[in-house]
Design a protein around this ligand. Structure first.
Ligand code: AMP
Ligand code: GLY
Length: 422
């Protein structure tokens, strides 16, 4: 089979490695991929948002199957466009990807179908939003409706901060058009859990749970990032919580999307908060998480390609989705300065024995060498029988990988380990 994977980050690197465990995956193309992915796939310099370019490439190269992983092509209708040319895909169509593409859509869906989530008000104009903030409970969570590279959420402790957030989104359009409509949400507390799942619109099979570490600094301080590390499983996701999530959130979400005529097929990501009143949805994503995928897929014992094909062909009930009993930890190595300004072009050295454990996110090939080209440069994942071992080994590995100005959090997994030992 000739398989095309749209995207070019650490997540796509993990997906590609796993797909290639199946000998049917003869040729894998990555669009655009990156300098590190080039070791595992044929990288083609077509941007993930260039839908006509992707479709043209797929047709010209007789692609048998396409896996679309990033949010923007999914929301832009990449799957619809490929399917229209007869190319089967893994990933939701645009009418279902809206579950991530519009936070107002997903909030209304949850309200309509009784799926637990934070209480919230929707605003299409700035004046009523500012008026509401005069008496709104604090902290207030201000969210841009549309995709904003994971940055469209501001937790405002004071009324001034909340007003600034609203003005920034609605007046100054800091997040572009995605902030022209906003939500102001109740602030929830509790541990956060990410659950990725496979669904074909009929059944839903959750993957092993995980925990992201979104802030740049140790102890969850500093700016929000795309994710500085992950562990799996997430110790807060007990069997009891999992059962409640299946009954109160996962199955109702699949049913709700069907009832709306927007059947979701692909990887549905639940960003959950385990509150005192039970699990609630913080956000849905219409795709694999990054860097959650880098800990979830290494624990997957079943065949990823077979699962994906079963999702596409709506026979997921026939295919096992089984995970190893152990644990995984991924430490993200970034360039100093990220998520703000950072340097690029530093040569990267990865010891030979660590190649299979490294998922490359922001690197390019230059004169035959791998050099940094992004803020988050790579992630190194270890799996082990216990979380403690996985964490220790991932840090031993990170210490052996070099590039100038590298930095990484030193406490990935610390909260998870504390929860286990409680
Ligand atoms: P999101 O982009 O929706 O994942 O939000 C980013 C982060 O903001 C989440 O991972 C949470 O830590 C936090 N967050 C979002 N919504 C809420 C809420 N209603 N209450 C508390 N924290 C929230
Ligand atoms: N790690 C969070 C996300 O992929 O949205």
């Amino acid at each position: 089979m000739k398989i095309l994977v749209v995207g070019g980050g650490g997540r796509e690197h993990a997906v590609i490695r796993k797909l290639k465990e199946n000998p049917k995956a003869e040729t894998v193309y990555a669009l655009p991929g990156n300098g590190g992915i080039a070791a595992d796939a044929v990288c083609v310099n077509i941007k993930a948002v260039d839908i006509p370019g992707i479709v043209r490439f797929a047709k010209e190269n007789s692609i048998d199957y396409a896996v679309v992983t990033p949010d923007d092509p999914l929301v832009l209708g990449c799957v619809d466009a490929l399917e229209a040319e007869g190319i089967p895909c893994f990933g939701p169509r645009a009418d279902a990807a809206i579950i991530e593409g519009s936070k107002i859509f997903s909030k209304r869906l949850m309200q309509k179908y009784g799926i637990p989530t934070a209480a919230c008000e929707v605003f299409e104009d700035m004046e009523p939003a500012l008026e509401y903030l005069k008496t709104a409970p604090l902290p207030a969570v201000v969210k841009a409706d549309g995709l904003a590279l994971g940055k469209g959420v501001i937790i405002a402790e004071t009324r001034e901060e909340a007003e600034d957030a609203v003005r920034g989104m609605m007046q100054d359009l800091k997040f572009g058009k995605s902030g022209s409509r906003i939500l102001i949400e109740e602030f929830l507390t509790g541990p956060e859990v990410s659950v990725l799942s496979f669904t074909d619109g009929r059944v839903i099979k959750p993957m092993v749970s995980s925990m992201d570490h979104k802030r740049a600094g140790d102890g969850d301080t500093g700016l929000n990032t795309g994710g500085m590390g992950t562990i799996a499983p997430n110790p807060y996701y007990t069997e009891e919580v999992a059962e409640r999530c299946m009954k109160e959130i996962f199955l109702p979400t699949v049913a709700a999307m069907n009832a709306e005529g927007r059947t979701f097929k692909g990887c549905l990501y639940f960003g959950l908060m385990i509150t005192e009143k039970g699990p609630k949805v913080i956000e849905y994503n219409c795709r694999f998480g990054d860097p959650e995928t880098q800990v979830v897929l290494p624990l997957l014992k079943s065949d990823l390609l077979e699962i994906m094909l079963a999702v596409t062909e709506e026979r997921l009930d026939e295919v096992p989705v089984v995970f190893a009993d152990g644990a995984a930890c991924c430490v993200i190595m970034a360039s100093e300065g990220y998520p703000l300004a950072y340097g690029k072009g530093y040569p990267i050295t990865v010891p030979e024995d660590l190649r299979d454990k490294v998922y490359v996110a922001g690197a390019a090939e230059k004169d035959g060498r791998l050099v940094t080209s992004g803020g988050r440069v790579l992630g190194v994942t270890e799996t082990a029988d216990s979380l403690k071992e996985a964490v220790d080994r991932a840090y031993e590995d990170a210490a052996r990988i070099h590039f100038d100005n590298a930095f990484y959090r030193k406490d990935i997994g610390k909260r998870g380990l504390a929860a286990i030992n409680k």
